[in-house]
Write a new protein. Structure first.
Lengths: 141, 779
């Protein structure tokens, strides 16, 4: 049975959650937030979406499978770990882009942000992989 | 020239690894191409032989260092030359032999991969100057021989034999590793050349006995000495080319090689002498004795190998220059005739389809050329002139007579072993080849002219080499003298002769031959007698005993694993909690005076009191609830309350994470638990009482630990460093986040990797097992 009001609410909810997650991710370095928290929020949005629309729709929306997202996240983390080697520094040394953004003054760009993004993508992938598998097998929705 | 040796050893390894790549292009010609590598090694070593001086020793660093002090350095001296020449020469012949022998086998590529790796490991073993590297090659020979013995892995027997040999020789290898570490610690270096040049005194070191015992175990297991000899007859399950190589120049001879290598460092002590002589004598005699009772051609040869290995170990135990000389000559003799005889056994097997000597007969008519080679090899085995075997055996007698005090036991057993060798050689000839035999003809599947020339090349070359060296043994003089210098650290004049004139040694030889012929004539009763002894000994059958021990061990391991990994989640938790409880209560008793420290507390906050009350109520509800779902929800309330407590103390990141994680967990639980039926069975009164006691006491002790955590600081807290450097070094004001992504980023990396693995595990569990079941139900 379709429930149009619920469907509209959930798709709006997903958008809000995603934007909020990205906001939390970016501000994480200086204020409460960060990759892990953002990942949970984003994946909660997806899970609610999946409960209403079905897991297939979420998988289509993500373009890649959830495992591939996990892999991409780990790859980002790895890149941010190894990147300093090319600047003749030890691995995992923080590299920073000197920045003075007019609007996002607090935002500092550097390998830690890349690292945090990697954490975000990986953890989202992990949570979605687990929950979507369970939903699919137990035939929720 | 010789500089290229490390390179060639590398190429040997590479050629083994490359087989699977080049096999599709070469197919049948694979063996030809591969045989070029050992041939190159042989030629290289042969060129060195020409200008060999008695004292020459060359160290060749390969530039490759595994770890500090463990560098792949190779040494070329007389000893490694003797072994290296035999390994590469016989290796070359056997690769050619195997090209035809293995023609019909599937997985030829696998065979040649293992075989080349085995050869490479053995070559590396004899040339390495670093005992750690020597150990690595030693273990490699064990592993590759395991693969080769178990090559026909569809046969249970073959797998069992392979496993047995791996377990036994692998165990010896571990002993060698410990010995090498101990020696390295005493000497401060793992280089053999440095140990010798610095005159390190191992013998008077308090740890000498330990080192010696470890080396001894390594040698006894590898060289199939009593009581570890039983794996070698089992190893004949391998394809014949492998057996030929294993017995003649490699693997079992590695133990002999190790003894010769270690002799200047560890040798010539009482322990060395008596233990080696004892095990050598026993092995020598039982090997020769039992060979008479066998019917399978390869099995007979395997037992004679055991006897020969015993002889070599015994000679090294005697330890005089003459006995060392005898060892080296005997090693060459044995390699030449044993390699040839095994290849002949393979030819007979191919031609008639059987190796049973009671069935085989009159092969002279069908395989004339093979028979000539076999006879030459058999003469060498019996120790008759004019083969090199005669020279070797005479030397062995001289060495045995020389030893005062012990010769009364060694000599009779030595002569006994020799009698048996003469008898078994004659028996083999008369049963298998004799054209005038009265036995019925054996059916022939392949005539000799069906075989290509290179199939007969191996035994031919080896037999002729034995003959040539027997007629002119002085060719070996410098080689043996140099090898002797390496093992004894003194220059000895070596003068090998075929004919020594009439002396007591010759008398002994004639005596042994005469008795050997007698035994041969009486072979029927003798064989019966030996068979009855073997039957009686089968009560203590060592392979079965070994398997029993192994099975017992496995069963025990399984039982213990089941005791720990029983699969009941509640008992895992119980074990975990009780262990924690015991450890904590001990710690508290020993280290802390007061049970509860009454200082350093902040005043009680009303908000927190309210949260605690809510959480407690939720817990009580969860405990008494009869539905899973409501219990989970109540636990969720506890989680949220904890999150709020974090908030009251200003840890906002923790709060957010806690709340969100709690939400996700609730979601998961609800999804799964929704499908579970209602509780069918509530726990009994007894188990509930037990659970209450456990949970209350765990809670009590954890509370005490938490109360103490604030006051006990063994180290300066690290949090100050983070707080001070977070902005300066990491450009971030959120310390928690900075710690996660910068200061301790490696930890985070590890954690998310683990998370990923967990997700993959969940995914595969669900999609592969549950879906399959569903399909089955649908069908």
């Amino acid at each position: 049975m379709r429930n149009i009001i619920l469907e509209k609410i959930v798709s709006l909810f997903l958008k809000v959650m995603l934007i909020f997650a990205i906001y939390l991710l970016l501000r994480g370095h200086n204020n409460p937030g960060g990759g892990f928290i953002a990942a949970i929020i984003a994946s909660t949005g997806f899970v609610f979406y999946a409960i209403i629309y079905g897991t297939k729709k979420v998988e289509k929306m993500l373009h890649l499978s959830t495992h591939q997202w996990m892999g991409i996240g780990l790859l980002l983390v790895l890149i941010s770990t190894l990147l300093p080697l090319f600047f003749s520094k030890e691995i995992q040394t923080g590299l920073w882009i000197p920045s003075d953004f007019p609007v996002l003054g607090l935002l500092s760009l550097g390998t830690p942000l890349l690292f945090d993004t990697g954490v975000f993508v990986t953890v989202s992938g992990v949570i979605l992989t687990i929950i979507l598998s369970i939903m699919e097998v137990l035939e929720w929705n | 020239m010789i500089k290229y040796l490390p390179l060639l050893i590398g190429i040997l390894f590479l050629s083994g690894l490359m087989v699977s790549l080049i096999y599709p292009f070469l197919k049948k010609k694979l063996g030809w191409v591969l045989s070029l590598v050992p041939l190159a090694v042989f030629i290289l070593l042969f060129t060195v032989l020409g200008d060999l001086k008695p004292k020459s020793l060359q160290i060749l660093p390969s530039g490759f260092e595994l770890l500090e002090k463990i560098s792949f350095t190779f040494r070329i001296d007389g000893l490694s030359l003797v072994f290296g020449l035999l390994i590469s020469g016989i290796g070359f012949l056997i690769v050619l032999y195997a090209t035809w022998y293995m023609k019909k086998y599937e997985r030829q590529g696998h065979f040649f991969t293992y075989f080349m790796l085995f050869m490479a490991a053995m070559t590396g073993l004899v040339f390495s100057d670093n005992i750690m590297v020597l150990f690595i090659f030693w273990e490699l020979t064990s592993v590759t021989s395991f693969l080769l013995i178990g090559f026909n892995h569809q046969l249970e027997k073959s797998r069992q034999a392979a496993l047995q040999s791996l377990l036994i020789t692998g165990f010896g290898g571990l002993c060698l590793l410990f010995a090498a570490i101990l020696m390295g610690q005493i000497a401060g270096t793992y280089q053999l050349s440095e140990m010798i040049s610095q005159n390190i005194d191992f013998v008077n070191n308090p740890r000498y006995l330990l080192i010696f015992i470890l080396v001894l175990i390594a040698v006894l297991t590898k060289s199939a000495q009593f009581p570890f000899h039983f794996w070698l007859p089992g190893a004949m399950e391998a394809p014949t080319p492998v057996s030929a190589y294993l017995h003649s120049a490699t693997m079992v001879n590695a133990g002999v090689f190790l003894l010769l290598r270690m002799h200047p460092l560890l040798g010539d002590t009482l322990e060395w002498k008596y233990s080696l002589i004892l095990s050598g004598v026993i092995t020598m005699f039982i090997g020769a004795f039992f060979s008479m009772g066998q019917k399978d051609l390869k099995r007979i040869l395997a037992f004679t190998t055991i006897s020969a290995l015993g002889t070599m170990v015994l000679l090294i135990g005697i330890g005089t220059p003459l006995s060392m000389e005898a060892t080296l000559v005997f090693f060459i003799v044995h390699g030449l005739y044993k390699g040839g005889l095994f290849m002949v056994a393979g030819i007979i097997d191919k031609s008639t389809g059987t190796r049973d000597i009671t069935v085989l007969s009159k092969l002279w008519k069908h395989l004339p050329v093979t028979t000539i080679f076999a006879i030459l090899a058999l003469i060498s085995m019996a120790g008759l002139p004019p083969m090199l075997g005669f020279v070797g055996k005479e030397l062995v007698y001289v060495a045995k007579i020389q030893l005062p005090g012990l010769s009364w036991i060694i000599l009779p057993l030595g002569v006994g072993a020799n009698i048996m060798m003469v008898a078994i050689s004659l028996t083999l000839f008369f049963e298998v080849f004799n054209p005038w035999s009265k036995k019925p003809d054996v059916s022939i599947q392949h005539k000799e002219k069906d075989f290509p020339w290179y199939f007969l090349l191996g035994p031919g070359v080896l037999a002729l080499a034995g003959l040539l060296l027997g007629l002119a043994p002085e060719i070996l003089n410098t080689l043996i003298a140099n090898a002797l210098y390496v093992t004894k650290n003194e220059l000895v004049d070596v003068n090998l002769l075929l004919w020594h004139g009439f002396n007591e040694v010759l008398m002994l030889s004639i005596f042994a031959i005469a008795l050997g012929v007698t035994v041969f004539i009486l072979r029927k009763p003798v064989t019966k007698f030996i068979c009855s002894i073997i039957n009686w000994l089968d009560n203590f059958h060592l392979p079965t005993f070994f398997m029993t021990v192994m099975n017992f061990y496995l069963k025990n391991a399984a039982k213990n694993t089941q005791r720990i990994q029983h699969g009941y989640h509640r008992f895992y938790l119980m074990t975990f909690f009780i262990t924690t409880l015991v450890i904590i209560s001990f710690q508290i008793n020993w280290y802390l005076g007061d049970l509860v420290p009454f200082n350093g507390f902040t005043p009680i906050n009303t908000n927190i009191v309210i949260l605690v009350i809510v959480a407690s109520l939720a817990i009580i509800f969860a405990v008494f609830s009869k539905s899973r779902l409501s219990a989970i929800l109540a636990m969720g309330v506890v989680g949220y309350a904890i999150g709020l407590i974090y908030l009251l103390y200003g840890a906002i990141d923790l709060t957010i994470t806690q709340l969100l994680a709690e939400t996700v967990i609730m979601l998961l639980f609800v999804m799964v638990i929704y499908y579970l039926p209602k509780f069918a069975l509530l726990s009994s009164r007894k188990s509930r009482a037990r659970d209450i006691i456990i949970s209350l006491s765990v809670g009590f002790f954890i509370t005490i630990v938490v109360l103490h955590a604030n006051t006990v600081n063994f180290y300066e807290p690290v949090s100050n460093f983070y707080a001070e450097n977070s902005v300066i070094k990491a450009h971030g004001r959120n310390i928690v986040n900075v710690i996660l992504v910068d200061f301790r980023a490696l930890d985070t990396f590890g954690e998310i990797t683990v998370l990923t693995l967990a997700a993959v595990g969940v995914f595969s569990l669900f999609r592969f097992t549950v879906k399959k079941e569903k399909n089955n139900i649908n069908k």
